[in-house]
Each structure stands twice: as C-alpha cells, then as structure tokens.
Ligand binder design. Sequence first.
Ligand code: NDP
Ligand code: 2IT
Length: 460
Amino acid sequence: MKVMEEIKETQIQNVGKYVNEIFEVVKERNPNEPEFQQAVKEVLDSLVPVLVKNPTYMKQAVLERLVEPERLITFRVPWVDDSGNVKVNRGFRVQFNSAIGPYKGGLRFHPSVNASIVKFLGFEQIFKNALTGQPIGAGKGGSDFDPKGKSDLEIMRFCQSFMTELAKHIGPDIDVPAGDIGVGAREIGYMFGQYKKLRGAYEAGVLTGKGIGYGGSLGRKEATGYGVVYFVEEMLKEKGLSFNESTVVISGSGNVSIYAIEKAMQLGAKVVACSDSSGYIYDPNGINLETVKRLKEVENKRIYEYVKEHPEASFQVGYSGIWTIPCDIALPCATQNELDKESAEHLVSNGVKAVGEGANMPSTQEAIDMFMEHHVLFAPAKAANAGGVAVSALEMAQNSARIAWTQEEVDGKLQEIMNTIYRESMKASEKYNVPGNLVVGANIVGFIKVADAMLSQGVI
Ligand code: NDP
Ligand code: 2IT
C-alpha cells in the first residue's frame, strides 16, 4: 500500500514538473502578457490530476498545443471622427481552438485591449465553450477603441471599419463573434450590416447577440447575468442556502451585472450595490433596477447619477471599495482582476458565503486562494458565466434552422445547461479528489472534451 502511495506521489511530482516546464515556455514565448500567463497558469495547475490518470495527453503534447493559438490576427482600424480627423485603432481576433466547432467568442472595445487581454479571454473561452456542451470552438477579439464619449455616428463608422477587415476572417462555419465589454446590440447591428454588405449574402449566423428583429435570439441579452445566478443558486442549494432574503453585492452596471441583478431580485435577494469604472453606489434599501437600466441602457450615463434620484443611496469614488460592503453573496461582473486579495479579505471578514464570477477572471489567484481557505462557495467564471455563450450557440442553431424559440424555451434550455455545468464540474471535483473545488472541476471537464476531440483529429 505504502509503495503504491509513493509511486503515486512521484507521478504527481513528475507531472507537476512537466506542467511547470510548459508554463516556463509560455512565459518565454509570451513576454509582457501577464493576463494571458495568469489564465494559463491556473488551468495548467488544475490539470495535474487528469494528466496523472491519462498520460496520453502528455505523449500527444495536448497542453503544448492548447496554449498556442491556432491564429492571432491584428489589423489597422482607421476611421473618421465627427470633426473630420482621421483616427487609427488596433483590431484583434484570436482564433484559439477549433477542435469542437467554429471559433466562438466576443469582441471587446476598451482602451485596455491588447494581445494579452484577447489571448487570456480566448484561452478561457476554450474550456468555457466546451463546458456548455454546445459545438463551439474558441475565439476572442476586439480593439483598443474607447467608446466612451463617442457619438452614435462615430461608433457606426468605427464598427464598419473594424468589420471591413474582420469580415475576411469570419463566417457562420468559420468564426462567430459576439459582444463583450463595450460591444452590445448597437455595435453588433452596425457590424452585421457591414458584413452583409461585403459578403453579399444574408448569413445570420455570422454574429450573435443580434437584435430580435433580424435573427437575434430571445433571452440572449439576459443570458449571462441570469446564468450566473442560476449557477450560484444551484451551488447554494447544496448547502441549504438560497438567494432568497440574501444581501447581494454585484460589481459593474453593464449587460452582465444588470441581468444578474434582475434575476437575483426575482429570486428574493436584496441587491445593495453596483458600480462602474468611476465608483460604486450603495443603496441600503436595495437598488432600484429600473433607474440603473435607464441610466446605463438608454441614457449612457455614469452610475453616480443614481444618487441624484435616490437620495438614500451613496456614491463612492473607486471601484474596488464595493467589496467592503457586507454581503452574503458577491458577484464580480465588471472586469478582470477587479477583486484582489485585500477585497477578498474584506468579503471573508464580513461573512460572505458565496462568490460567483460573472466577469472573466475577475478574482486574482490570491483572492481565490483566500476564498478556498475560508470555505467560501466559489463559482469560477468559465462555468458561472458560460450562459451567455451557451445562448449564443442556441442563436446559431436557430439561425441555421431558420426558426425562433420563445423566451421561455430559451430560458428553460439555459437553466438546464447551467445545472449540467454545475453537476459535471462538481462530479469531476469529486472524481479527482478535490471535492467542491469547482475551479479544478470546471477546468477538467472542459479540458477533457477538447483534448479528446483533438486526439481524435490527429496532430492538429
Ligand atoms: P459592459 O460593457 O456591458 O459592462 C461592463 C461594466 O464593467 C461597466 O459597468 C464598466 O464600467 C465596468 N468596467 C469595465 N471595465 C472596467 C474597468 N477596467 N474597471 C472598472 N470597471 C470596469 O460589459 P459586459 O457586462 O458584457 O461584460 C462584463 C464582464 O463580463 C467582462 O469581464 C466580460 O468579459 C464578461 N462576460 C460578458 C459576457 C456577455 O455576454 N456580455 C459573457 C461572459 C462574460 P464603465 O462603463 O465605467 O466602463
Ligand atoms: O466571455 C464570453 O463568453 C462572452 N463575451 C460571450 C461570447 C459569445 O460568443 O456569446
């Protein structure tokens, strides 16, 4: 028995060494890309138990292939502002992995976008998309264009120029972009119009997140936020807890946040705070979602405007202070690394019971370690926010079949997908001896689906 254990221990050490060597190469090949390195490190570390059980993945160099994108496209995006000045931005599309379907993933327009950001997002998309059970590979893209303060016509001209180049690389069976930070239904509409004009065909399935009147799916707008809450509710249920009568803090006030707030409220929670990049609002009576929706979805205003209409609420500058507010459930839904160790310490000392990641990689590794150490229920982004891309895949299915499902049908499928992701990730965590660790569980489930498809397709 003792001998067996020693052999096992040696195997784990050897695989650990192998994984570290891969990570060293990733660092060397991708210098100055801290977000990409962070995302790769988390996944590599969590896969050690699978590699020990199935060495074929190592022999066939599956990890070495997974960490290298199939293709990274960068391009010039020239456009003309309202004063007639010529502006130039940089466009990106990373086509990371096509083992289980056409590349699929959002476009982000934000000044912070660079190769590291699109590669971390594209890499995470591999595992997330596989987790949905839908036939979608992984991609991501965007631009360092800043939509803040731009007129509607400037946004349109930018989107048209961006698509003029991107159109050469996408298609309903090739690569299907969607929204992300700074890209919503308006931008998707302008890009779809330009793609259609260039392609000379009505290929509805080339983009998802379209308007309902021209091929969009009911329920896509709500899918990511609702999905996060469905996933976290499942996780809470296992411990006899629920959103009902819980106090909840949700960062951001964009697409994901707004619909996470809506579903949490529908389940009986009191959501007391949300934010944008300027700061956060705290409303002890529970925030008024109609006001937030109007300010953000219609008027494009800053979140501090909320307190003008709701004097009982307060506004604080700086977005990370939101995590000092006592709550039972915290849902970071803004951006990467918005929740660091110090924020996690505040949440833990205020007795947080569950954290669900609506944004991509919102918690730093130190913050995740802190939650694990204190047995806080933790729903990782790749699993918890997969509802958005899952319903994007349902939009593609409807486009191919030329049919439209009802909101109820789409929402029913979304709930089923989120429950399945939860159950499969939980089961994997148990099978690989880290019961309840959904970070490891989700990474393993996603990895096995993609890795097995890659093995079946030869050295690709
Ligand atoms: P939106 O552009 O609709 O909203 C983003 C929100 O986050 C805004 O409130 C924004 O504030 C805030 N934010 C963005 N960047 C920063 C920053 N650097 N610092 C502080 N706050 C910031 O985007 P989404 O809601 O679509 O996306 C939010 C997160 O969810 C992202 O991580 C995205 O990748 C992820 N996600 C999105 C999905 C989707 O379907 N849309 C699916 C899965 C994940 P401000 O307006 O001031 O910039
Ligand atoms: O991060 C994500 O999963 C998204 N931004 C959604 C991608 C999609 O294709 O719907």
